[in-house]
Write a protein that binds this ligand. Sequence first.
Ligand SMILES: [Fe+2]
Length: 369
Amino acid sequence: MDTNLHFTLPTEVFSGRGCVAKQAQRWMLGRHALIVTGKTSARLSGALDDVCACLDARQIPYVTYEGISANPDETQVYAGAAVARTRGCDFVIAIGGGSVLDAAKSIAWVVASNVPREAFFNGVPATDPVLPIVAIPLTCGTGSEVTQYSIITDHEAKTKKNVSSAAFFPTIALLDAHYLTSLPKDVLCDTALDALSHAIEGIYSLKADCFSRALAETAIGVLMPELVRMAHGTFVNLAQLQYGSMVAGMVIAQTGTGLVHAMGYPLTYYKGMPHGRANGVLLAGYLAFMQATCASLTERILAAAGLSLPEELQALVDTLLDIQGCFREAPTEEELEVFTGDSLRLEVVRRYRTLPSPEEVKDLYRMGF
Ligand SMILES: [Fe+2]
């Protein structure tokens, strides 16, 4: 076994019921907080109340920006940054799913480094300062609480772009699975499929090493039984899902994502399919495709998942989407042309030993529908 490693994870992680209040002293990272949330889940889950109570008790002033939607664009980032600037915020508390956490990272950068809007998608200079970030995830898919990535929609490029920097790792992540109890079942399922996709793509990456692969196997082994339980309509352990998602996040913090995400972005951008669901429908076909050239890694993935064949994963995903009544409209041949071009243009597809041809990519899309 090649034991050469390159592993980075500067985020301090705490989990467990009540961890926001228990660790409050640790996450007071400045004198004025910007709280970034989506429309409803921060309030519904009780997380926003818990955070505000901790800030009030320590007389730390704060302002809340509740304007982040799914697939945020730079307009939302700059609107949040304007709120932070007006109030002189010097740290950011992100409460929400991946969209919120990702947008909060970019806001923290734009504020601290005065990033001009026209330079936003040009990359983050390594020396650029970023405000300290507290991440409180309210879904179980993104893993953004332990990654350096901020995925922001670029309408000009008609896709999502990865805005990332080592300085984007949250300073502290607080995982309380109790906050997931108000999550709709379809969101729970979509985000869990996203996490599974992170772990599987991470294993195949050229950047993977023995440690990140071991983490990915752990994540798959934790996530799969919960997905099976979801498919059977039985009790799902939210803490396990949250843990598996975070571990998968630790994986992609090392390896990045790959072909499934590159192919999933057009399904989200053009067809409005939720991010995790888009990955989920493509995952089994991708596994079958990779089996031809990476047999032993595929065996490891299947073993960790408790499966014998990629088709079994397809059956599980089909069941999960069927019980939620998720209609999948197959892309037209014209759409496949556009989606294939867009996904193969993304840099992430080059992180693999096997670069698929445009025809193979189209076939992978067809297999998901
Ligand atoms: Fe993802």
